[in-house]
Design a protein around this ligand. Sequence first.
Ligand code: SAH
Length: 224
Amino acid sequence: MRIDIITIHPELIASPFEHSILKRGISKGLAEVNFINLRDYSTNKHKSVDDYQFGGGAGMVMMIEPIAACIEHLKSQRKYDEIIYTSPDGELFNQKIANNLSTLKNIIILCGHYKGIDERVREKYITREISIGDYVLSGGELAAAIISDAIIRLIPGVISDETSALSDSFQDGLLAPPVYTRPADFNGQKVPDILLSGNFEKIEHWRAEKALERTRKRRPDLLK
Ligand code: SAH
């Protein structure tokens, strides 16, 4: 899978991809992530990509020309399955969207800044708009990193134990059950006996029960 991230701050977004699971997925060649500097597509001598908004009001708006030039250039090289814009007014990101995006071949993620991007970009180029939550960030980079992380870890082979990604919260509509590791007894705080029993059928049953119990308590909305 290829993810092309259009950003005015490539250095801001690079780090999450240089560690841990994402790094492994990328170095195994299972995912390719490119950071495209939008300023490279500015024809302005100061490399600016924003301008005052029509109608007045505080805050700059990202201009259509550099974004159009950048997207057209990328589209001339390959076909994209989705061109995503990160935006607080987009559909709320969740596991189902991540699952869906992880099956695609080529996607673009456009990171906004300032007051956002000229509406005409959204009308002409954007195929999907995603919000990572009901709050406003200063830019789309962190949202793009979150979306990419959630997608890449689902690509088969990225996580060594593949069942691990499938048993995470939300995959089966439930939160994950509690997990423990050594020591079995930490100053009197004991790990549930069942997990030490070696009876895998009973352990699975216990985990399913705990997942349900936790979901009922913390996220009853998921059970509806
Ligand atoms: N004026 C806009 C917010 C702009 S914030 C509004 O009120 O809706 C600047 C940029 O940060 C946005 O263009 C978007 O790309 C990104 N951003 C901010 N909050 C976000 C969120 N919750 N999810 C995804 N992207 C977000």
